[in-house]
Design a protein around this ligand. Structure first.
Ligand code: GCB
Length: 597
């Protein structure tokens, strides 16, 4: 047993120490270590990585990361795991999708691969980027602990300038997807707890002066605000938008600078998804992006896009696939938008956590509006400062990743959380943080209805711009008439959107022909919902639940069989259910100009 070796200071201590993971929970890889990657060349580390599941955290207890690569015949001790040889898995992937015996595995898993590097050129830095790892990811390079990241769906970076050597290096990740009481989300969710490194991993080389962040948006006065953050010596940054004739110098103080640039861009909208090439240079570093400029506001109970009233014809989506799990790709994302287009949508709710960054890039290009969300879902340890730090960091990482995307119009800070004092304080801080990070978008959350008093009642509503409401009249709430009563009893002072509604339908041969879980029943719920919601004039959008059926552990009746079947399209992402057409014809009727009705 490795506990005898000099890797462990004391054999028995390492067997008995239950604080073994504390040194590896620094959360030092966070929003502050991000760099801007638009226009940079990535060296992909995707592909086969050595892999081992580690239910008991033996690897952290025994410090597997400090084992030195050695031929088996030269070893003096019997290693309990060999990071350098054995089974491999592809990255990105979720281990649940690779082997049946890993389907319900929750715990740590180790990923290891070699990386050959050339000598570090002068004045160069190196950064590792992981697109997403669910949930806690500890990074080790050449036997050294570099830091860890909390949050299953946002990217993180580790600077490796001083760590990578010329020749062969070893990168190791310990990824843990255990559901715990202090995490965001907590232990109980209505989606599958996928594990692993499921988005791309890459190395970036930058000059010594690196542009960490750039954020361009149209402000209320009609100027383009440019905010730049640079790490390294540079007095100014240059912003170029050739098609707008913009060539502006942003002075930097302590690496930060902001400038209002007068401009008259052709405004981005779903009908006119106009994007501009933007280049930012600071000293030797240059980054690029394609950015659309638009204004989203709320006044009274209305939402305005570029000064025009807006109704959000939406659909909610999870990041889930029958064979890939949470891994997505270009074709999968484009199919999603094509289906949303067929439905007549101008809006998608990307629930319940940050989706792959390509989603918003494609939405920018195709002209869809987006709601993006962090997984402050159901119960959260709202009174715990560590949980709050985690939620705030995930929100910051999401906003910094996507705040140049014109398509993203709403940051959602939570879903169906109980209205306690601790929650109000926690979520008000999130709303404030979102506004501080980004004044150019609206804030929402799925709020609560008082089902006894039959009215919208949630103290959080006063702190957000759009009141999201998840309601399942016709499904969980059987008395359908109450939906109209909630409408009559509520007089919100800001826009409301139905952020979820729907019903399950199992359209396989095992599904019922009538009643709950039948295709007809689902279609009928949609008909009745549409009829009732049309009468409530403060409702400014709907995004029913959900585009595709998705995998979830907690649904195990004979029709669900491990799936939430509220999709308008089955889990094959091809077979449309009758409710698809019901919603499509409603959205088609809404797009007829009012004066021709
Ligand atoms: C909800 C949740 C969503 C569930 C959905 C359902 O209210 O926000 O995550 O999947 O209901 O199907 O019950």
């Amino acid at each position: 047993m490795l506990e005898r070796s000099d890797l462990a200071e004391n054999a028995l201590h390492s067997l008995h120490d239950e604080g073994y993971d504390i040194p590896f929970n620094t959360q030092s890889l966070n929003a502050d270590t991000m760099i801007f990657i638009g226009g940079r060349t990535a060296r992909s580390l995707d592909g086969d990585w050595n892999f081992c599941v580690d239910l008991l955290d033996t690897g952290l207890r025994q410090k597997w990361f400090s084992l030195t690569p050695m031929a088996p015949e030269d070893r003096k001790e019997p290693w309990d795991y060999d990071p350098y040889m054995g089974e491999t898995v592809p990255v990105p992937s979720n281990w649940q999708m690779l082997k049946e015996k890993w389907y319900f595995f929750e715990g740590s898993a180790w990923y290891t691969r070699a990386l050959d590097m050339k000598a570090l050129p002068a004045n160069t830095r190196r950064f590792l980027r992981v697109g997403a790892a669910q949930y806690d990811c500890k990074v080790f390079v050449n036997g050294k602990f570099i830091g860890n990241h909390y949050g299953g769906s946002t990217p993180f970076f580790a600077e490796l300038t001083d760590e990578l050597i010329e020749g062969q290096n070893w990168i190791m990740f310990c990824v843990n997807n255990t559901r715990t009481l202090d995490r965001v989300p907590m232990r109980n969710t209505d989606w599958f707890n996928y594990g692993g490194i499921y988005r791309e991993v890459a190395i970036y080389e930058t000059p010594a002066t690196v542009i960490r962040d750039m954020f361009l948006y149209l402000d209320a006065a009609g100027d383009i605000q440019a905010e730049i953050t640079v790490d390294g010596p540079a007095d100014s940054a240059r912003v170029l938008i050739p098609e707008l004739g913009i060539d502006a110098i942003v002075p930097l103080v302590d690496g930060h600078g902001r400038l209002a640039i007068p401009a008259s861009p052709d405004l981005w909208s779903p009908d006119n998804p106009r994007l501009y090439d933007v280049t930012v240079t600071a000293g030797p570093d240059t980054v690029t992006d394609r950015i659309g400029f638009r204004r989203i506001e709320r006044r009274g109970t209305e939402i305005y896009l570029n000064g025009e009233k807006l109704f959000l014809c939406g659909i909610s989506v999870h990041e889930d696939d029958e064979t890939l799990g949470k891994v997505t790709n270009e074709a999968d994302l484009r199919r999603r938008f094509a289906d949303a287009r067929d439905l007549g949508c101008n809006f998608l709710r990307l629930a319940h956590y940050p989706h792959h960054e390509r989603a918003a890039q494609i939405a920018d290009e195709l002209g869809f509006l987006l709601w993006e969300e962090i997984p402050v879902y159901w119960a959260i340890d709202f009174a715990n400062p560590a949980t709050q730090r985690d939620a705030e960091n995930q929100l910051r990482e999401l906003i910094r990743r996507d705040r140049n995307r014109a398509s993203v119009v709403i940051w959602s800070i939570g879903n169906e959380n109980p209205d306690t004092d601790a929650r109000l304080e926690f979520m008000t801080a999130l709303a404030d943080l979102a506004r501080a990070e980004d004044p150019s978008r609206l804030i929402s959350a799925a709020c609560l209805v008082n089902h006894t008093k039959l009215r919208i009642e949630d103290r959080l509503a006063a702190h957000i711009d759009i009141i999201g409401l998840n309601e399942y009249y016709g499904w969980y709430e059987e008395n359908f008439e109450e939906l109209a009563l909630i409408g009559e009893n509520s007089s919100p002072d800001r826009p409301v959107m139905i952020s979820e509604t729907g019903a399950d339908a199992d359209i396989t041969s095992q599904g019922p022909k009538t009643g709950l879980f039948s295709e007809d029943y689902q279609a009928d719920v949609y008909r009745r919902q549409i009829e009732t919601l049309q009468t409530l004039d403060y409702i400014k959008g709907i995004s029913p639940w959900i585009l595709y059926d998705f995998r979830v552990e907690r649904r195990q009746n004979i029709f669900q069989r491990g799936r939430n079947r509220k999709g308008l399209i089955a889990g094959d992402k091809v077979t449309r259910k009758a409710a698809f057409d019901v919603l499509a014809s409603h959205y088609a009727s809404r797009t007829v100009p009012e004066d021709s009705q």
